[in-house]
Design a protein around this ligand. Structure first.
Ligand SMILES: [Zn+2]
Length: 330
């Protein structure tokens, strides 16, 4: 059986930004997709799984980028959330349908898609149309089992009513189906996940070696995120802030208000030495941003989100003063 915390589920809220998706009865598909996606994220995280969101707000993301995010993060499953609309004149325009790619194996994508539909059926739906095959870009370009779920027709009153009434229950059903696919048992009493385990000593050791090789402080690797390491990483931060923004900080290894004030927010898509330091800091704190490559990709964003959540910060995956302060101070 898989361990929940080892699984990364890519949750893709279809459309967004200028792309409203389907529209009808005063609704925009992109809004429904996002509301459901955020709830699916919450449910999966409560159950201890990791979630990668291709978008968490009303922004447009290219289809290729959505797939690339999941591929780069090596997600274990991709679920794209949509609302349906009138496609062919002969269609019966109501009910829930789940798409898998043209060549997707029945025992992976097909089974996962079927399990999700069964769980949704248990909640209550107008109609389960079934699993179909479709040549959708996010299905074609993703390397892991993938499904594109059409959560009822946005042009059908009853589908909309059910969608609104059952938003949480549908999100739970989707999460349940996904867990079932991985052989995991739904925990009805799940509380928000506890903070991650203490960092592996050797990972801290690696970070200390990396800091030492890049900045040469005479830091002795101990395998513990200790005071000398906090000072060393602060020195590195001060050097990089001076370099990037002409911050004019004294390079003294003391994380005071001036250093905090000099920090500017960094976010997904950014790259460079400050991103690398963020990755070092996340690793020192026991979170897993992947390799320290100075590229703020989805995995770094996910690690930061977990860190923020566990430290009662806004879980927005943007590293600003508050996040850096919490990452460095004891
Ligand atoms: Zn759509």
């Amino acid at each position: 059986m898989e361990s929940a915390s080892n699984l990364l589920i890519a949750v893709d809220a279809g459309h967004g930004g200028w792309d409203n998706g389907a529209q009808g009865l005063g609704r925009r598909e992109k809004d429904d997709n996002l509301a459901l996606a955020l709830e699916v994220q919450r449910q999966l995280e409560r159950q201890g799984l990791q979630v990668l969101m291709t978008r968490s707000d009303d922004t447009f993301v290219e289809l290729a980028d959505r797939a690339a995010m999941a591929n780069e993060a090596d997600a274990d499953l991709f679920v794209s959330l949509h609302r349906n609309s009138f496609t062919r004149p002969t269609d019966e325009t109501y009910g829930i349908e789940n798409y898998i790619y043209l060549t997707a194996p029945p025992e992976t994508s097909g089974r996962a898609a079927q399990l999700v539909l069964s769980e949704l059926d248990d909640v209550g739906v107008q109609r389960i149309v079934g699993v179909s095959r479709g040549n959708y870009a996010v299905l074609r370009r993703t390397l892991m089992p993938a499904m594109l779920l059409e959560m009822g027709y946005i042009i059908n009153e009853t589908d909309n009513l059910l969608f609104d009434e059952n938003l949480t229950a549908y999100a739970q059903a989707i999460a349940k189906g996904i867990m079932e696919y991985f052989g995991l048992v739904w925990n009805a009493n799940a509380t928000p996940p506890t903070p991650p385990l203490q960092p592996e000593e050797n990972e801290i050791y690696d970070m200390q070696q990396l800091l030492e090789s890049r900045y040469g402080f005479g830091l002795t690797p101990t395998g513990r995120y200790d005071d000398p390491t906090r000072r060393a990483v602060t020195v590195a931060l001060q050097i990089e802030l001076n370099g990037a923004y002409n911050a004019g900080l004294a390079v003294d290894g003391k994380f005071g208000p001036l250093t905090a004030m000099a920090i500017r927010p960094i976010r997904q898509g950014d790259q460079g030495a400050l991103v690398a330091l963020l990755q070092v800091l996340l690793t020192l704190n026991g979170y897993d941003p992947g390799e320290v490559d100075g590229y703020f990709g989805p995995r770094t964003a996910t690690a930061l989100r977990f860190f923020q959540r566990d430290h009662f910060l806004t879980s927005d995956a943007i590293a600003g003063r508050e996040s850096f302060t919490a990452l460095i101070k004891e």
